[in-house]
Design a protein around this ligand. Structure first.
Ligand SMILES: [Zn+2]
Length: 577
């Protein structure tokens, strides 16, 4: 490609809402353009990176027996009703001209299960692994961060089909290994962590996290056993000293209602009553189906709804304001555990042994002080229901370590689904004994656009992007310094042809621009190898440098340059194996 033909409009001013470095650099260097919140066009440079990532994914999926296919984005709503996912809140809904309901696919378990139930008959057809690289739609509440959280994006989603547990495990492990290879080839340092299954479901799953300070997920890793887990999913080990407020010597009980006018947040109440948040119990009214439940956590902790749901064996939601008012007799913000008749109270383990606490009074503008659990009110169930944070005990059995905290961007997620979808949608095959049984499934997601953004989060400097060579838009940029110097231009043209014939993906910057502009653009776009044709041409040499070590420059004789550059490209690629 010649830079004079390349459509890569760079930006001087980056929109102020672009917070992540990958977002800013992708806009500035002309890789993407925003159409609407969370909706982006890929310009030629961006699409080239996208295709290189897709190709790596394709090669590794094919290597484990995957077969590529393509499913539609337009999905009849009945399929989502069959699986029970019609209520998933990120679904885009639409109607056709006959007013039939459709959704835009946010992942394709239903569509593939529909294909399976109509086309898979016997265990002899299995195992099967199908995948697609396709556009997905999610109506995210807060699209942000450029390509990290978007409403339309490209995902590789794969689905495995087996008739026994061993087969399902085998395919899950094969996909796990393929993902490790993919991220390594893309130049990403990842961590595979246990995670919440979310809207996909299933028993076992692993998330692949790129560790980056800008990541929106909190990843916890045990300092003793190394166990890594998404904070959303992390179990907390039993504490040696359950009473975390044992510094409080008071034994006051019985409670006393005090006025806390217009105090709504934990911080406001604590400052007003002059107590630390550890001395306050948050009472959160949730619902499991129709049943209201009071969940108690310490004032400085967060209730974890999915954890609570797992303990109860059913999904849990925050209660609506009218339920809260009906249950507590008070406006939102003043719920407390004392006098909540007929409402089960589930308390976080950390509150065991706590005493002389502050709780909501179940009346407006009031809190109750000197309250002690199990004396002033009964706990229906103790459990681990809060979100883990740094310093909490590791949740692995018989481990005494504690969690450290890092940030991560989720780039892939693999699941053993078991019979979740095949049972709901009646996808059966005949097994070896001639009986009909549910098909065992796995599903394997990988965000192509997220890999692109994550690679930049991990590899950049003040001047721009430093692409891993495997996914760089071009491997080599050739820069003749003075466009009006005939000899420089001829040498550049010749090298360009030689590199192309050696299979090197090269860009010739033949623009009639000042050299400073070309160098800045080369740094911003992030080509891994740079060849400068300038003053050293008089000595019969080109100046070659790597984007990642700009200060280190090699002078290479013109006649050696093509094979030198080709082997340099191969060496950089082999580092990513
Ligand atoms: Zn541990």
């Amino acid at each position: 490609m010649r830079a004079s033909h390349l459509f890569a409009p760079t930006l001087r001013e980056v929109p102020s809402d672009a917070e992540l470095i990958s977002h800013r650099l992708l806009l500035r260097a002309g890789f993407i353009r925003k159409l609407a919140a969370g909706v982006y066009s890929y310009l030629p440079l961006g699409w080239k990176v996208h295709q290189k990532i897709s190709q790596i994914v394709r090669e590794e999926m094919n290597a484990i027996g995957g077969q590529e296919m393509l499913m539609p984005s337009l999905v009849p709503s009945e399929l989502m009703e069959e699986s029970g996912r019609i209520g998933v809140d990120v679904l885009f809904h639409l109607k056709d001209r006959s007013l039939r309901d459709f959704v835009l696919g946010f992942t394709h378990e239903e569509v593939i299960t529909d294909i399976a139930r109509n086309s898979m008959r016997s265990w002899r057809q299995l195992p099967i692994l199908l995948y697609q690289i396709q556009t997905k739609f999610r109506d995210e509440p807060r699209p942000r961060g450029g390509l990290v959280r978007v409403r339309e994006f490209t995902m590789k989603d794969g689905y495995s089909f087996d008739y026994d547990e061993e087969g399902m495990d085998r395919q899950y492990q094969a996909n796990y290994k393929a993902y490790c290879t993919i991220f390594t080839r893309c130049g990403l340092e990842y961590l595979a962590v246990d995670a919440d299954a979310g809207a996909i479901g299933g028993s076992v799953n692993k998330e692949f996290m790129l560790l980056a300070d800008s990541g929106e997920d909190t990843v916890l890793q045990c300092d003793a056993c190394g166990y890594a887990v998404n904070a959303e999913r992390a179990d907390i080990g039993a504490s040696l000293t359950e009473n975390n407020v044992d510094s409080c010597k008071s034994t006051k009980t019985g409670g006393e209602v005090v006025s806390t006018p217009e105090m709504h947040t934990v911080q406001q109440v604590c400052e007003f009553l002059k107590v630390s948040p550890q001395r306050l119990i948050k009472t959160i009214i949730v619902t499991a189906g129709e049943q209201p439940i009071a969940a108690l956590v310490r004032g400085d902790r967060e209730l974890n709804l999915s954890k609570l749901g797992r303990h109860l064996g059913k999904p849990v939601q925050m209660a609506t304001p009218d339920v809260i008012e009906r249950v507590t007799g008070a406006p939102v913000g003043y719920a407390g555990p004392v006098g909540l008749n007929g409402v089960p109270i589930i308390a976080d383990n950390e509150l065991k042994g706590s005493k002389d606490m502050v709780v909501g009074a179940n009346e407006a503008n009031a809190h109750r002080i000197h309250v002690t659990p199990e004396i002033d009110f009964k706990i229906t169930q103790w459990n681990d229901i809060r979100t883990a944070t740094a310093g909490d005990r590791c949740g692995q059995p018989s481990c005494n370590g504690s969690y450290r905290e890092t940030r991560g961007i989720e780039v892939g997620h693999i699941f053993k689904l078991g019979v979740k979808y095949s049972q709901a949608m009646n996808a059966k095959i005949q097994n070896e004994k001639g009986e009909m049984q549910d098909i065992l499934m796995g599903c394997y997601g990988l965000g192509i656009s997220r890999v692109m953004a994550s690679a930049i989060e991990a590899h950049h400097d003040d001047d721009g992007i430093i692409w891993p060579i495997s996914i760089a838009p071009y491997e080599v940029v050739i820069i003749p310094v003075n466009p009006s110097d005939e000899l420089q231009c001829q040498a550049a043209e010749k090298l360009y042809d030689q590199l192309l014939s050696k299979g090197v993906d090269a860009l010739l910057d033949d623009r009639k621009e000042r050299s400073g502009v070309k160098f800045n653009d080369a740094d911003l776009v992030g080509y891994p190898v740079r060849v400068v044709i300038g003053r050293s041409l008089q000595e019969g040499k080109f100046e070659i440098s790597l984007r990642r070590e700009k200060s280190k420059r090699e002078l290479v004789p013109i006649e050696d340059a093509p094979s030198y550059i080709a082997s340099l490209v191969l060496k950089l690629k082999s580092e990513l194996n």
